[in-house]
Design a protein around this ligand. Structure first.
Ligand code: NAP
Ligand code: ZN
Length: 349
């Protein structure tokens, strides 16, 4: 086994603390990666604090991993020592159900294995990227083609990037389409950049007046303060697609009313408590749709990374040391991050 320094939550209420874990010796199809940076997703916080009521402890979060290959198994053909690679939210899936056959491993009918917190339908715990090293099956390793100097800012693409890219592609963000992005956090700021690069007309909805200038700099054509009924009302029946990234329960009707006939609002934010139930007439009267979306498959994650290279897209980040993580969680809860914390793993050595 490979001894690895890490940070873990031992229960739902204590801060994360130093922890030592063991990674497996790479098997024939495995890639061993020295983790250089790991992004901090709001899902890490939901999990560390057991907000989704399914956390296995000790919990080592982190699923926005970038690093360098240090060793590969005999049957690994696509990677070699020295390559820059990424690992996102999944490290395995059954490989044979219809979802896996379609390249949509995140919907694996037998439950994908999360990079942390183990298989979706129960099983042995897995430990994520708040660690020095990880060993991952080749088919779940992504190639990083960005310039090495940008590596820290690439890490958040592995979750925030793909979670916004996948629904934007699926629901057709592009020229002539009006797209709303709700919430300017880690996911939302990637959503604004990616929807803009796809050629859509982008409206950012934010509760934070202090983020208006940033919203425009990141690619929004319009910014709407979502707590102002006049600004919301002025946008009724105008949008083709809304991508809602908000991490807390809120009134969905306020956004459904902004969709055109046949428009769709896709929820990617995953709050611990339910949203108040929307008024069905906001769906029925304009054949609107309310949908959800989970990260993206491995093939699509590589497509997203390559799209981001082509369009010069990375995340806006604040680099932190590992021992700052508990403060970072508190700041994330206050919306006080522009727009993703990324842990420099050198701070753990
Ligand atoms: P984040 O950085 O904390 O951003 C969330 C943003 O939502 C905030 O910046 C804020 O934006 C807005 N917001 C927060 N509380 C709000 C409230 N009470 N009312 C209105 N707006 C509020 O979080 P994140 O990392 O982007 O993650 C967002 C959510 O997506 C989390 O629940 C996470 O677990 C989930 N997630 C889902 C997937 C998936 O596959 N579906 C993948 C990754 C993450 P403003 O200041 O602009 O209003
Ligand atoms: Zn995430």
């Amino acid at each position: 086994m490979i001894k690895t320094k890490a940070y873990a939550a031992q229960n739902a209420t204590s801060p994360l603390v130093p922890f030592e874990l063991q990674r497996r010796i790479p098997g024939p199809e495995d890639v061993q990666i020295a983790i250089l940076y790991c992004g901090v997703c709001h899902s890490d916080l939901h999990t560390a604090r057991n907000e989704w009521r399914n956390t296995l402890y000790p919990s080592v979060p982190g699923h926005e991993i970038v690093g360098r290959v240090v060793a590969v198994g005999d049957r690994v053909g696509g990677f070699k020592a020295g390559d820059l690679v990424g690992v996102g939210c999944m490290v395995d899936s059954c490989g044979h159900c219809t979802s896996c056959s379609d390249g949509e491993e995140q919907y694996c009918e037998n439950g994908f294995t999360g990079t942390y917190n183990g298989p979706l339908f129960g099983g042995e715990n897995t430990y994520g990227g708040y660690a020095q090293t990880i060993v991952v099956k080749e088919s779940f390793v992504l190639r990083i083609r960005h310039d090495e100097k940008q590596l820290a800012s690439v890490a958040p693409l592995l979750c925030a990037g793909i979670t916004t890219y996948s629904p934007l592609r699926r629901w057709g963000a592009g020229p002539g389409r009006r797209v709303g992005i709700v919430g300017l956090g880690g996911l939302g700021h990637m959503g604004v950049k990616i929807a803009h690069a796809m050629g859509a007309h982008v409206t950012l909805f934010t509760t934070s007046p202090g983020k208006i200038a940033d919203g425009k700099r990141l690619g929004a054509d319009e910014v709407c303060i979502s707590t102002d009924p006049a600004q919301m009302g002025a946008r009724a029946n105008r949008l083709d697609l809304i991508l809602n990234t908000v991490a807390a329960p809120h009134n969905l009707d306020a956004y459904l009313q902004l969709l055109k006939r046949d428009g769709t609002m896709t929820l990617v934010g995953a709050p611990a408590e339910a949203h108040p139930s929307p008024n069905v007439f906001n769906l029925i009267l304009k054949r609107r749709q309310l949908a959800g979306s989970l990260i993206g498959g491995i093939r699509e994650t590589q497509e997203m990374l390559d799209f981001c290279v082509e369009h010069g897209i990375v995340s806006d980040i604040e680099v932190i040391a590992m021992d700052y993580i508990n403060t970072a969680y508190e700041r994330m809860l206050k919306g006080d991050v522009k727009y993703r914390f990324v842990i420099d793993m050198k701070s753990l050595r």
